[in-house]
Ligand binder design. Structure first.
Ligand code: GLU
Length: 162
């Protein structure tokens, strides 16, 4: 089990994200990561070294993740957030249809750097837009948060309700 947390407000995001992830520590995790948006650019920090100090990233909007690997090994690259074309995603759960979608996206010229199911999500969103991507991801893909540099100052949240 992992956890996802987001902050969108007037204060610096990173302290809220760190506090949120600490509250989710009881669920167990093997890696963690943050994406913080500042204007229309985003800083990413992710690591499997859970004892390393958290990053001090500037920005008032951010998402954070503690991972419990289900698809792909425990590596810095497989840690979340995953990002493609300005779309950053943290994901909790298992993307049931990800193999089909990954095949489809590969045929469309996408290339992936991680082994995770989750990396399919930012690629699907950049290819089809968020609403169509959610339809294609199916109704058992867990929960995820999205920040898009092209549509700043907001976080999209999705949960399959499970
Ligand atoms: N399936 C995703 C992964 O393996 C998310 C796992 C989780 O819920 O932490 O990266």
């Amino acid at each position: 089990m992992c956890g996802i947390v987001g902050y969108c407000g007037k204060l610096k995001a990173i302290p809220f994200l760190i506090t949120g992830l600490k509250r989710l520590e009881y669920r167990g995790s093997d890696s963690r990561g943050f994406a913080v948006q500042n204007d229309s650019s985003t800083s990413i920090h992710k690591t499997i070294d859970l004892r390393s100090p958290p990053p001090d990233l500037d920005g008032h909007i951010g998402i954070g993740h503690t991972r419990w690997a289900t698809t792909g090994k425990v590596t810095d690259t497989n840690a979340h957030p995953h990002r493609h074309k300005g779309v950053s995603v943290v994901h909790n759960g298992i993307g049931g249809v990800y193999k089909n979608l990954k095949e489809e996206l590969l045929k469309l010229g996408h290339s992936f750097c991680s082994e995770t199911d989750s990396e399919v999500i930012p690629h699907a969103i950049s290819e089809w837009g968020i609403e169509e991507a959610i339809k294609r991801l199916g109704d058992d893909c867990g929960a995820f948060l999205v920040m898009d540099d092209a549509d700043p100052n907001k976080i999209w949240a999705y949960s399959d309700g499970a």
